[in-house]
Ligand binder design. Structure first.
Ligand code: ASP
Length: 380
């Protein structure tokens, strides 16, 4: 790109400006109205937006943009996830996200635009709240797919994104409480042996510790199809709390955290990214749908694959995972589905029936969920 990026947006532009260049970026793609697209080539499709549960406000916004404002599907779902990214109360995404072990908020995000077959991604992005928009900017304005770390931030600043401190006082207090829990015997990995599964109650995975600060995960994934059968997907997150600096989760990995093939469907995930990366979960779901599975079946089959690919130390003696993972899928024809490891999770859907939370299909009943007890930290 030879143009001056700073001139493109203007230095110091805020998130609103990011939305402006978002539109500018679209100028590269001729805009045809949804009605024209639907009647010209193909029968009308059923507009649907699907997301993780925290996307309930976002799916409503995205559906409205798609159906009433003729918005592009990727613009619409990014506007949807921006709600969480800019909400300081949401500690799993963007502003207010929980930091890494050094108290620095590092964000991951990726997106795919079905009609143009393009993808963009950022990993380990600091000081820019709307990581999803930076991922889209990588897609729109570079010949690359993924930027990480300092380079991602430099690019974002050059594109006019606003730099800000993402660590809210609430998240800083949680981080300080977590640090206070460190003791000299803690380490990054509790068990080095994978030869045996841990006995019940001694699992090494650091999830819910009732005595201390909760080990927190959280992410927002969103997928959409419009009346012309155009699809997009996006996933954005602050990743696992207290992670090692530089840790990259599944969210920015195209094919893991999200994937979209406009001829089939799109999919995405939340939960333990390390487990998802190993099976390229979102890609696998889309491939299963291509083979004829329903979105529900494709998601559940991918949960099965995750379990089959999980190391022993992360399985309980009954072979059940010591972590949570959720998959969401949307077929081009508007069918949607989901699956997670343990009962009790919902996901967000918006269609002609409105925006609502729907119970996810699950692999194991709530009563089968093993204790996930220990908080494990790096050595102090
Ligand atoms: N998938 C995210 C990650 O591993 C975290 C989450 O969804 O909870 O970074």
């Amino acid at each position: 790109m030879s143009i001056s990026r700073r001139k493109f947006i203007g230095a110091g532009a805020a998130a609103a400006a990011a939305l402006t260049f978002d539109k500018t970026a679209d100028a590269a793609t001729p805009r045809i109205s949804v009605v024209e697209r639907a009647t010209a080539a193909e029968p009308a499709f059923r507009p649907v937006v699907v997301a993780s549960a925290n996307g309930i406000r976002g799916v409503a916004r995205a559906y409205d943009m798609i159906t009433r404002q003729n918005a592009d599907t990727l613009d619409a779902i990014i506007a949807g996830v921006n709600i969480q990214e800019l909400d300081p109360e949401d500690q799993s995404v963007g502003l207010g996200g929980l930091p890494n072990e050094e108290g620095v908020v590092q964000l991951d995000a990726s997106c795919m635009h079905g009609p143009t077959k393009r993808a963009g991604s950022v990993a380990v992005l600091e000081d820019i709240a709307t990581a999803s928009l930076v991922a889209k900017a990588v897609m729109d304005h570079t010949d690359h797919v993924m930027l990480a770390g300092a380079g991602a931030k430099k690019f974002a600043l050059e594109m006019g994104f606003k730099e800000q401190n993402l660590l809210t006082e609430k998240s800083r207090q949680d981080w300080l409480r977590w640090k206070a829990c460190l003791n000299p015997n803690d380490n990054w990995l509790d068990s080095r042996s994978d030869s045996v599964a841990p006995p019940p109650g001694t699992a090494s995975l650091p999830f819910d510790d009732p005595l201390h600060v909760k080990f927190t995960t959280g992410t927002i994934n969103m997928n959409a199809v419009n009346a012309a059968g155009e699809m997009s997907s996006v996933t954005t997150t602050s990743g696992r709390s207290w992670k090692l600096p530089g840790r990259v989760g599944d969210s920015p990995i195209i094919g893991a955290g999200q994937y979209c093939d406009n001829s089939v469907g799109s999919a995405g995930s939340t939960g333990r990214g390390e487990a998802n990366i190993k099976v390229c979960g979102a890609f696998l779901i889309v491939e299963f749908m291509r083979q004829g599975m329903s979105p529900d079946q494709a998601c559940m089959k991918t949960i099965d694959r995750v379990i089959a690919m999980t190391e022993r130390r992360l399985l309980d003696p009954n072979g059940r995972p010591l972590f949570d993972l959720e998959f969401f899928a949307l077929a081009r024809d508007g069918r949607f589905g989901s699956a997670c490891a343990y009962e009790g999770v919902q996901f967000s859907v918006a269609d002609a029936s409105g925006a609502r939370l729907v119970p996810m299909k699950f692999k194991f009943a709530r009563s089968e969920r093993p204790q996930m007890p220990e908080i494990r930290c790096r050595r102090a």
